[in-house]
Design a protein around this ligand. Structure first.
Ligand code: NAD
Ligand code: FES
Length: 279
């Protein structure tokens, strides 16, 4: 649970995206693409889920990438190599179904880019043809460009402000790719991770082309073992727990409106607690 390396991957104003390499031999040995860990920074802190972005079995480490957003990620961002986490459990959640689909589009928005990386790697190893679309608010917040470019057959970047790549949203590129009839017929899967409005829009677009679309949901979690019910999501009208049934679901069946509301429940409290800690 000791931090071996720390790197600031991106920084824009007060927004930091940080990469930590953590010694975790058991997790490193077992982790598969799509799985996550739950960690606590200190004894009294909350438990937060983070995707396992990479692993190095030889060095017994796992890599986590996170954006400083609330209190816990800010406290995590203050740790340095040599410091230890209070608790770390994983790998949790179901691994991504890695098959030989053929042509696959991976869409990563903001810090969600970190989460498509292990999936892209695993799909590439299965000899899929990878089209990657990355989107960030601005050039300074774009992460993992080189790593993803290396394993992609086609590669696109958008920034909201036009400081890099194409000006606009990832969905602009997706719509263009799919509206080219011959290409649309060739894509077998879209895999997307990012903010809820992005995943929701992607789902709308791909459902009109009837292309299987998988999203990894960032539901609020507490125990991550199916006990508390906090991470419940409605998929195809049924209740599922994101931690044990997910975190990936069929985007076309997710109740996006409910997910949006549930993810906002603690927003005010989060701001209040950050103010209390002056962080
Ligand atoms: P962001 O707001 O910077 O957006 C990233 C990209 O998503 C944008 O550049 C754009 O291309 C696309 N996008 C955003 N809104 C869109 C819309 N309405 N339509 C189409 N495309 C859109 O993202 P961020 O700051 O990295 O993350 C914001 C939120 O996403 C946070 O609340 C975070 O918790 C959540 N998140 C979720 C996951 C997950 O597991 N699903 C992963 C990372 C982040
Ligand atoms: Fe408690 Fe999923 S986090 S049931």
């Amino acid at each position: 649970m000791k931090i071996l390396h720390k790197e600031i991957l991106a920084r824009s104003n007060n927004l930091y995206i940080i990469r930590l390499e953590i010694i975790a031999p058991e997790i490193s040995r077992k982790a598969k693409a799509g799985q996550f860990v739950v960690l606590m920074v200190n004894e009294k802190g909350e438990r937060i889920p983070l995707t396992i972005v990479d692993k190095d079995i030889e060095n017994a480490t796992i890599t986590l990438i996170f954006q400083e957003a609330g209190l816990t990620t800010k406290l995590l961002g203050r740790l340095n190599p040599g410091d230890s986490l209070y608790a770390l459990v994983g790998p949790l959640g179901n691994p991504t179904e890695i098959e030989r689909y053929g042509r696959v589009i991976l869409v990563g928005g903001g810090v969600g880019i970190a989460e498509i990386y292990p999936v892209a790697k695993a799909l590439k190893e299965k000899e899929n043809q990878i089209t990657t679309i990355l989107g960030a608010r601005t050039k300074d917040l774009l992460i993992l460009e080189e790593k993803l470019k290396k394993i992609s057959d086609e590669f696109y970047i958008t920034t909201d402000d036009g400081t890099y790549g194409r000006k606009g949203f990832v969905t602009d590129i997706l719509e263009e790719l799919l509206s080219s009839k011959i290409k649309a017929m060739g894509y077998k899967l879209v895999y997307a991770v990012g903010p809820i409005p992005m995943m929701r829009r992607i789902s709308e677009i791909t459902s009109s082309y009837n292309i299987k679309t998988i999203v990894s949901l960032n539901a609020v979690m507490v125990d991550a073992t199916g006990m508390c019910g906090c991470c419940r999501v409605t998929v195809a009208g049924k209740t599922y727990f994101s931690c044990i049934d997910g975190p990936e679901f069929d985007a076309h069946l997710v109740d996006w409106e409910e997910l949006k509301k549930r993810n906002r429940i603690y927003q005010d409290k989060e701001k209040h607690i950050c103010n209390l800690y002056r962080i």
